[in-house]
Design a protein around this ligand. Sequence first.
Ligand code: ADP
Ligand code: MG
Length: 238
Amino acid sequence: MANLKLRNLNKTFGSVEVIPNVNLDIEDGEFVVFVGPSGCGKSTLLRMIAGLETATTGDILIDEKSVVRTPAADRGVSMVFQSYALYPHMTVRQNLSFGLENIGMAKAEIEKRIQAASVLLQIDELLNRRPTQLSGGQRQRVAIGRSIVREPKIFLFDEPLSNLDAELRVVMRFEINALHERLGNTMIYVTHDQIEAMTMADKIVVLRKGNIEQVGAPLELYNHPDNKFVAGFIGSPR
Ligand code: ADP
Ligand code: MG
């Protein structure tokens, strides 16, 4: 569990300022959704928090400690990607254990974590299969499982349901919210889908061109949008 603070965070690629200056406070245990149109910088922001992209300037604090120069593996943050990013030649069990073996974790501890996560995600019967032998929903569960076994303080999700069909997306939304209830960790969930944001978030952060337009609870934004962009994007009545 952890709180997260972004301070004057900037990301510039070449001469293009993708994230001009972001300041944000996320409380311990919150489920926060970053929402905004495609290309507004959601993934870049998430990748900076994860340590997969270096911030150009500014600071990232986890539990009041600056991690902006901490390597990704040591931040206590784990990310679930849209594309699952599972290793096709490995079984589900190997996909789950790989990252833990790499850091030299004891076999018994790895097995314990895999058991717990796979039961929680209902993939315990699939541990010997390969990704090609799984449905889209099952693959996404394995991708989430790979984050869970690392026991991160903060979970990041980058449009994790975009590749699933509409029906399964609805099921998985509930499952991810249930997972949050169960684990209690801070989670940041990125989507361009307003309905996902409205139904899943404790707090929504609306992004536009790398800037935060408004932060608030779903109904707050819906009932009191600060501007036309937020109103249009959230679907508030005029
Ligand atoms: P989103 O996830 O909201 O769709 P991204 O964070 O992926 O947006 O991208 C935001 C902007 O930054 C886009 O204009 C994109 O083209 C640009 N961008 C992302 N990564 C790079 C990169 N490595 N080099 C240059 N531009 C990039
Ligand atoms: Mg993206």
